[in-house]
Design a protein around this ligand. Structure first.
Ligand code: UDX
Ligand code: ADP
Length: 497
């Protein structure tokens, strides 16, 4: 179902599709999974299609209760107002999975697809048990025809598996169309990404029924997305495109991070190099910010997904190529932690280190695969005491992540980790500030004041290149950052002010 085919003259197939489509232009939507993808996506659909009833269901009673409360389960700029304006009008959050499936014409599967942590493909293969469970539930419950849309990031051919499960478990007389409609939203800009997507990708069967299902889903998006931005492909292309898009983005970050190491060793500046390179319109300037490594729930998982696919297809050089993207990311995290230890006179044991930012990037409270977790782990292993401040991540989340990463209990960690609720408080009496997340708030702090409360010599390690380093050095800080050789006389930079 390529787009080239869409420009052809109307034929009997098109007319047939249009006719049956027009008979039932409205329907109910059920979304299984009220997470980062399901929640915001459905909020936009409901707000742009007031005549469509959208019900988001989840097995987690707490998550649904939060979606129905004043404190939504996730922070996303613009989401609060949007959800509150349409909730219980045509957007509903419920734990009644059965009812929502039964009533829906179209079902999104937006459940979690973590990387397998056991058995074959451990650490690489996607764990599809939640997708499979959702498909089995649909087959067991549905007594009328449904369009089932995989929205979760899945491996290539997952739609095949969903189809097989539905076909072999379905109620008599029920038929299904399975579509792939991957989500490209990024956290922190989800509302913008959903309202003005670069493209909407829909993959489906190259049959009349498949075309009709694609048309129905496309019709929903056409309420606010220009038709030319809705791309239709076969199912496998759609599934693979999602993996490849994330892998390419991750690859760009690893590429610039390798260059950051070269810059530190040579005296070039990674920001200047990124700017010069990004001005080439063939390369473009996005996703060239050197950092302490990419985090988030998607990049690592999807690159591993691609590696696993290549390995399964016996394409070892392809697998090895993409594995380097992950290896460089791991190395960058470790390298940054080493930079801290080395410059604090070779030891952080017993020293207080302030970590600014725990989320995997700014404007989200999500910490999944956050590079902060790894940097903290390395510093803790070196005997540092950490004071962690993040504007959005709850204290409990930070402890959960660190417990999981270090294998220690919260009680054990509490001896060396303190979660602090203001940046100024966190910096007091500390030897060094470590910027792990690029929150805007960190750019606006009074570093003169912070400097006056810290131990001397005072250090800043900018893992996100967001601060004014000349200004910090003029205050008296010793400044080290990713992608720039530090001035040679840093340790003499201790003039109290
Ligand atoms: C990503 C994709 O962007 C999105 O299209 C997909 O649907 C889901 O995965 P997300 O994980 O929310 O979105 O965040 P993104 O903005 O892509 O950032 C991922 C990580 O890369 C973050 O840790 C971020 O700090 C880091 N990053 C990003 C860099 O280190 N440098 C950059 O230049 C850009
Ligand atoms: P994503 O980032 O892809 O949206 P999340 O982990 O944030 O993933 O959300 C996925 C949600 O799907 C979780 O809240 C989980 O409880 C829910 N979920 C998983 N399986 C099912 C299921 N069979 N029925 C209903 N909800 C499910």
């Amino acid at each position: 179902m390529s787009n080239e085919c869409n420009g052809t003259e109307p034929n009997s197939e098109d007319e047939q599709i249009n006719e049956s489509y027009n008979k039932n232009p409205t329907f109910r939507i059920c979304c299984i999974g009220a997470g980062y993808v399901g929640g915001p996506t459905c909020a936009i659909i409901a707000s742009k299609c007031p005549h469509i009833q959208v019900t988001v269901v989840d097995v987690s009673v707490d998550r649904i209760a939060a979606w129905n409360s004043d404190n939504l389960p996730l922070f996303e700029p613009g989401l609060d107002e949007m959800v509150k304006s349409i909730r219980n009008r045509n957007l509903f959050f419920s734990t009644d999975v059965k009812k929502a499936i039964q009533e829906a014409d179209l079902i999104f599967i937006s459940v979690n697809t973590p990387t397998k942590s056991y058995g074959f493909g451990n650490g690489r293969a996607p764990d599809l048990r939640y997708v499979e469970e959702a498909a089995r539930q649909i087959a067991q419950i549905a007594t009328s025809n449904k369009i089932v849309v995989e929205k979760s990031t899945v491996p290539v051919k997952a739609a095949e598996s969903i189809k097989t499960i539905l076909k072999t478990n379905k109620q008599p007389g029920v038929s299904y169309q399975v579509l792939s409609n991957p989500e490209f939203l990024a956290e922190g800009s989800a509302i913008h990404d959903l309202l003005a997507p670069d493209r909407v990708l829909i993959g489906g069967d190259e049959t009349i029924d498949g075309s009709l299902a694609i048309k129905k889903l496309s019709w929903i998006y056409e309420h606010w997305v220009p038709k030319e931005k809705i791309l239709t492909t076969n199912t496998w292309s759609s599934e693979l495109s999602k993996l490849v898009a994330n892998a390419f983005l991750a690859q760009r970050i690893s590429s610039i991070n390798t260059i950051s190491a070269v810059c530190e060793a040579t005296g070039a500046s990674v920001s200047e190099v990124a700017k010069a390179v990004g001005l080439d319109s063939r390369i473009g300037n996005k996703f060239l910010n050197a950092s302490i490594g990419f985090g988030g729930s998607c990049f690592q998982k999807d690159v591993y997904n691609l590696i696993y696919l290549a390995e399964s297809l016996k394409l070892e050089p392809v697998a090895q190529y993409w594995l380097q993207v992950i290896k460089i990311n791991d190395w960058q995290r470790e390298r940054f932690a080493q930079m801290i230890v080395q410059n604090l006179f070779g030891s952080v044991s017993g020293k207080k280190i302030t970590v600014f930012g725990f989320a995997f990037k700014k404007d989200t409270a999500d910490t999944r695969e956050s590079s902060s977790i790894y940097v903290c782990q390395y510093l803790l292993a070196e005997g540092a005491s950490l004071l962690i401040y993040d504007p959005k991540v709850p204290e409990q989340r930070i402890f959960l992540d660190l417990c999981e990463q270090t294998g220690k209990t919260e009680a054990e960690l509490s001896e060396h980790v303190q979660i602090v609720h203001s940046a100024y408080e966190a910096a007091k009496d500390s030897h060094a500030l470590v910027i792990c997340t690029e929150w805007d708030e960190f750019k606006q702090l009074d570093y003169q004041l912070i400097y006056s409360t810290m131990k001397k010599p005072s250090f800043i390690f900018d893992g996100r290149l967001i601060l004014d380093h000349d200004h910090l050095m003029s205050i008296g800080f010793n400044v080290f950052c990713i992608g720039k050789k530090p001035p040679v006389n840093q340790y003499f930079n201790q003039s109290p002010r």
